[in-house]
Design a protein around this ligand. Sequence first.
Ligand code: EPU
Length: 429
Amino acid sequence: MDKIVINGGTPLVGSIEVSGMKNAALAVIMGCLLVEDKCIIENLPDINDVRLSLDILAHMGAKIRLIANDTYEIDTTNAIGGTSPLELVRRMRGSSYLIGAELGRFNRSHVGYPGGCDFGVRPIDQHIKGFEALGASVNVESGYIDATAENGLTAANIYFDLVTVGATINVILAAVKAKGTTVIENAAREPHVVDLANFLNSCGAKITGAGTDVIKIKGVEQLHGCTYAIIPDMIEAGTYMIAAAATGGKLKINNIIPKHLESISAKLEEMGVTVEEDDEYVIVSRQNKLNRANVKTLPYPGFPTDLQPQIAVLLCLADGVSILSESVWDNRFRYTEELRRMGAEIKVDGKTAIIEGGAPLSAAAVKATDLRAGAAMVIAGLAIEGRTEIEEIQLIERGYVDIVGKLRAVGADIKKISYPDPVSYGKAN
Ligand code: EPU
């Protein structure tokens, strides 16, 4: 029953540190299972999805030790395959990486069907196609995925029917110790795919081409432990860049990789926002009115779908009609209903939203319909004068490290309020 309460209308000014990337961290943590040794992973973001991933490995017999702020030792030497708890796995999408990691290590996998944010159908047919090409037989039954490769996995050429981050990562995990050289074509080029490949290579894997659409994985017999730092979270950085623009403030956003932010910086500049880049930080400021713009989400290096709800808020604040097209997910506009409560004029037609910007917005009680939608509600609350209350904030906490604390430090009037659960009047729950 926790809520975020914002008294908005104040420009954000100051510096924000970006944490490690959620989606890279989830892949690397599951990748540790393949290593059968101790890995020290630095810059792990302190968010619910990371805690959940570490919990899953701990339930499987891995030893997890916090050794410094954001740095964990993960020792999977004695992990046992097929023992991940369904109730933990079902809570997040990243747990699907267990299938590739278990197959790669134990030649079999038994994992609950992964959960995650609700954007319509979230199939895993391309993951399964990849595992089958490597010689596994895969069954989906009673809420579980069972995969077995009795004679071990053998390299294959795999061409994905569409660009998928999850299947690219999962096949890399499965193929790292397979016999021969696996080639993935039409691979996802996202920075977290590259981060996973860099981590596995630091453990002795032989992966080339990550970051392009053809990835080659030469199977090795064994991996060894390493120390590895997760890359900064480009989606967290992009969220704060948009927040600076939405409030007409000036934020220096530290610990970033500017290359990862190019599509976001370009779109903000098109909208009249000033973006100054340096090697490790970006300064985003806005003094003038925002220009309308059209935005289409695409796989990397296109504009990221995980910033689509946040940029929608900015488009609502710009005068004129903007077209926002979602090309990655079937149904990622549920949050527009919440923005309409604030007075936004948005029409959704399939995978396109038509935003009539400049309508007067007013603070309201809204909810996070998913992780990034929740971040968009926070940005709207910061930009609009008056009291915005946001419910379902556990969804936001899945992916943002201390969003309330970071925003307060740059001048936001924002707090988290815990409300007690309703009393049961003596009735058993
Ligand atoms: N798809 C298929 N078949 C498959 C796999 C995917 O049809 O076997 C489709 C999906 O339905 C979707 C598209 O392919 O329409 C792309 O899906 P992808 O596999 O790339 O997504 P994912 O791996 O499930 C990751 C991130 C998401 C992010 C997407 C796209 C993680 C844990 N999740 O999901 O992040 O939106 O890539 O970039 O890495 C978030 O962080 O808020 C988030 C949702």
